[in-house]
Design a protein around this ligand. Structure first.
Ligand code: CAA
Length: 258
């Protein structure tokens, strides 16, 4: 039995954390199942991935506290490394990812959402890094990604105080791109995904690669990364097709992913 359900519709894959009885808390198996779900992605057919949580309450209420309670430093380091590996894999996954945050996104849940390229949330979403109330730091990337997303001062305030953030504030500080009534969240995520997947997939993946790489480089090196990705597109059929279609005044063409 897997704690991650995969459902593909057209070129959009939805991965649903499916452990609602524990508010989709992330234990070793959930992390393994996420990894296995990514192993199963076929980029020839999948052009965008939506991550969400089963049930009406939670995207994910964090790393599994019961599983961590009796850990010593070595087990804790291994658990943190495991989560970080899986989330880094999501962050650097070749195709775009959207977190559809349908409720609690606390601790590891907030960290999972921040590993995705884009976050949309429901009106009842609640974000936060409450780890210091448990005597620990965030362990799946929260100390690093939150400040890159919302700025150092705000991230330090939220992490040191463990204050949670409701959907309107998450929108105001740029932690999410948009807020929807709960029942409209997945349709909105699918609509955005549908818009993404109609574009040239190799070009979209190249944009992600250039932006991800550039985040950690100085501007000159970052622009070199852009030159590399830009020029690489000129080896694709989709570039020839896209430009010819423009010149021939054709609209809504299909890209081949080659
Ligand atoms: N780990 C393990 N189990 C969890 C969990 C978690 N993070 N969050 C919720 N659960 C379980 C509860 O223990 C409960 O199980 P039982 O029914 O067996 O008792 C079930 O999910 C439902 O939870 P609640 O009864 O607590 O539901 P609620 O609606 O009253 O409260 C909540 C919801 C406010 C999210 C509350 O569950 C909560 O505070 N959860 C913990 C949030 C948290 O501290 N997350 C950070 C974890 S540490 C971390 O993530 C470290 C890291 O970066 C790697």
């Amino acid at each position: 039995m897997s704690f991650v359900k995969s459902q593909q519709e057209g070129a959009v894959l939805t991965l649903t954390l499916d452990r609602p009885e524990a508010l989709n808390a992330l234990n070793q198996q959930v992390l393994d199942d996420l990894s296995a779900a990514l192993d199963g992605v076929d980029l020839a057919t999948v052009r965008c991935i939506i991550f969400t949580g089963a049930g009406e309450k939670a995207f994910a209420a964090g790393a599994d506290i019961a599983a961590m309670a009796d850990m010593g430093p070595e087990a804790a380091a291994a658990f943190s490394r495991h989560g970080n590996e899986v989330f880094r894999r999501i962050e650097t996954f070749p195709c775009p990812t959207i977190a559809a945050v349908n409720g609690y996104a606390l601790g590891g849940g907030c960290e999972l959402s921040m590993s995705c390229d884009i976050r949309l949330c429901s009106e009842n979403a609640l974000f936060g890094q409450p780890e210091v109330t448990l005597g620990i730091t965030p362990g799946f990337g929260g100390t690093q990604r939150l400040m890159r997303l919302i700025g150092v001062g705000r991230a330090k305030e939220l992490i040191f105080s463990a204050r949670t953030v409701k959907a309107p504030e998450a929108l105001a500080i740029g932690l999410v791109n948009a807020v929807y009534p709960a029942e409209e969240l997945l349709p909105a995520a699918r609509k955005l995904a549908a818009r993404i997947v109609q574009n040239a997939p190799i070009a979209v993946r190249a944009c992600k690669a250039a932006m991800n790489e550039g985040m950690d480089l100085d501007m000159d090196e970052a622009l070199d990364a852009e030159v590399r990705e830009f020029s690489g597109c000129f080896m694709t059929e989709d570039q020839k097709r896209g430009m010819q279609a423009f010149l021939n005044k054709q609209k809504n063409i299909e890209f081949y992913n080659k």
